[in-house]
Each structure stands twice: as structure tokens, then as C-alpha cells.
Design a protein around this ligand. Structure first.
Ligand code: AVJ
Length: 323
């Protein structure tokens, strides 16, 4: 397992500090959703994935349980290969695909990458007990630093970017990310990406605004994280959560709402940040795609779509692209 050095940890904290300072000083406040996933946030996300309203989990589980055979056939690798997973999480869905490969006696190494050290340690243990015969080489850290290391490997690679994480990126960022993936891919390498599809808007709304308040807790943890890591004095009870889906552009946007006029202090930046009553902090974009939108995205970044693997309700697709 990769040891995160103290130097790297300090830099990470400094980047968080800089991003929070910038986001809370902007005219329209924002904090990137990538900061949801500290160890506590990753735990809350596991709870979200178990909610009946949060359909993407079940859809992707169905795809990987029922269509693994077809996905494998579409890979067309005839030699040992790597399966590199970005943002692996708990790996329960991926396990469906991996299980099929192991059953078929296919020679591969599973390389999960995640920023949460806790998540990756748990994943390794789960995988080792479920699929003891599988070779696994987990990596903790930033996708691209890790992929640089991997790109020295000669083996063909299937990259997995599952769960609909791509939906968190604005168009320009998504293009950049895919371009970067592409730069680390050899001709013939494949990329399997999960995209949440546009559907009845009420279904989408309910998935991002659950009655139990788990998604609210997920968002509030961001403030708690700021308190913990940046020495903040934010009172969580003085913020609410608001989420909105716009079917005209496929965007779910999530926000924290300041319930009163207030200012918060962060020791780390030694600054106060003022909020008006009802002022927002934009925390997340969860974009919903159409199949033609996915094809455009693929072409623009010099990939070829091999196949879309959809669940029976056509709520979600794992789309296989080739470099
Ligand atoms: C992990 C990015 C796929 O956007 O659906 C779930 C995160 N946010 N509920 C998503 C999330 C609110 C999730 N992704």
C-alpha cells in the first residue's frame, strides 16, 4: 500500500485551505464536491448508496451483474491486463465484473485507486475475502499521480470510472479529465464510464433530496470538515441544505444555505467570512446525460464508443469507450 508522506499531507491540507478561502471569498460562494470525501464523508456516501431513492447504485449493480459477460467480450484483450479503477469506493458493484473474470480464469490485476485511505483498506479486505484468488494492487491518492506511475506498465488496461462520478464535472472539466485519461491510455485500451441518464425529473429530484436527510448530512459534513481541518467555528445548525434538478439542462445542483446573517472564522486562514441571510454555498453538480451527449463527449476527446450497457429501466449506462 502507498504511504502518504507528511509532505504530501501538508500540501493537501494547504490546497484545501486555499480552495476553501477562494470559494468562501467569491461573490457566489462554492466549495468543490471533491471535498465531501474525507473518511466521514465517504461513510455517509455509503449510506446514500443504500437509500431506496438513490437509484444509480442498483442500476449499475444490475448492469455489472447481468452484463459482465458482454462487457468482457467487448474488451478484446488476448493477454494479461490491468483493471484500473478510479474512485473505487466499496467496490461491491465492481466485484460483480471481477467475479466473472475470475470465474472465467482470465489473467488480470485489479488496481483500485481512491483518495480515502480508509475506503481503500476496507476495499482490499473485502475483495480479498470475496475473491481470494484475484491479484489486487490498491493505491491511495490522487488519480493522476497514480496513473503516471502505472503508465510505465506495458499491459493493456481497462480503466473504470464508475458510479456516475463524471457527473460532478462541468463540461470543460469533464473534457479535461477525459483528455487526461486518454493521455495515459495506449491504443486499444478501454475506458468504462458510468453516466446517469436523464429521466423523469421527480425520480432524480428524490434521489438528491432524501426525506431522511442523509444527503443533507453529507453536505453539512463539508462544514464539519472545515471546522476540523481548518480550525473553523461554523455552527452547523445555522445552515440548511437545498438541491435542485433542472430537466432543461440535466443539472442537479446542491447548496448549503446560510439561515441567518453570520460570519465564520477560520484559524488556518486567520480570516472571517460573511454570509447574508439565505446566501448559498454551491457544493455539487450532478449532471444527467443523454446518449447523444455521451457520444459527443467521447468524440470530442478522441475516443470511440464501443457500446452502452444500460439497466432495464434505462436510468443509467456504463459506456465502454476505446482509445
Ligand atoms: C458519487 C458523484 C456519483 O453525484 O450522484 C450522491 C454523489 N451526491 N448524492 C452523485 C452524490 C449526492 C454522487 N456521485
Amino acid at each position: 500500500m502507498m504511504e502518504v508522506s507528511t509532505v504530501e499531507k501538508d500540501t493537501e491540507l494547504e490546497i484545501f485551505e486555499k480552495d476553501v478561502d477562494q470559494g468562501l471569498s467569491a461573490p457566489f460562494k462554492f466549495i468543490s464536491s471533491k471535498y465531501f470525501y474525507d473518511d466521514i464523508g465517504s461513510g455517509i456516501f455509503q449510506e446514500i448508496m443504500k437509500m431506496p431513492e438513490y437509484y444509480p447504485t442498483n442500476c449499475e449493480f444490475e448492469i455489472l451483474s447481468l452484463q459482465s459477460e458482454e462487457i468482457i467480450q467487448n474488451l478484446q484483450f488476448n493477454e494479461p491486463f490491468n483493471i484500473v479503477e478510479f474512485g473505487a469506493g466499496d467496490g461491491i458493484k465492481t466485484r460483480q465484473l471481477l467475479k466473472k473474470l475470475v470465474e472465467k480464469g482470465i489473467d488480470f490485476t485489479y488496481v483500485p485507486i481512491d483518495i480515502s485511505g480508509k475506503a481503500i483498506r476496507e476495499l482490499k479486505l473485502n475483495m480479498q475475502s470475496a475473491l481470494p484468488e484475484m491479484r489486487i494492487r490498491p493505491l491511495t491518492g490522487n488519480y493522476f499521480t497514480m496513473v503516471e506511475e502505472l503508465s510505465s506498465l506495458e499491459m493493456p488496461c481497462l480503466f473504470l470510472f464508475l458510479g456516475g462520478n463524471i457527473g460532478n464535472y462541468q463540461d470543460e472539466e469533464a473534457n479535461q479529465l477525459l483528455k487526461q485519461f486518454g493521455q495515459h491510455m495506449k491504443p486499444g485500451d478501454k475506458l468504462l464510464t458510468g453516466f446517469d441518464l436523464q429521466k423523469n425529473p421527480a425520480t432524480i429530484r428524490d434521489a438528491y433530496d432524501d426525506k431522511q436527510g442523509i444527503t443533507k448530512a453529507f453536505n453539512l459534513n463539508l462544514l464539519q470538515r472545515i471546522n476540523r481541518e481548518l480550525g473553523g467555528d461554523i455552527k452547523l445548525g445555522q445552515f440548511d441544505f437545498y438541491s435542485h434538478y433542472d430537466p432543461a439542462n440535466g443539472e442537479v445542483k446542491s447548496y448549503l444555505v446560510s439561515l441567518i446573517a453570520q460570519r465564520v472564522y477560520l484559524q488556518k486562514t486567520d480570516k472571517y467570512y460573511s454570509f447574508g441571510k439565505n446566501e448559498l454555498i454551491w457544493t455539487e453538480l450532478s449532471k444527467k446525460y443523454t446518449l447523444s451527449g455521451i457520444e459527443e463527449l467521447s468524440e470530442r476527446n478522441n475516443f470511440t464508443v464501443v457500446n452502452h450497457f444500460m439497466d432495464c429501466k434505462h436510468y443509467f449506462t456504463d459506456s465502454l469507450w476505446m482509445k
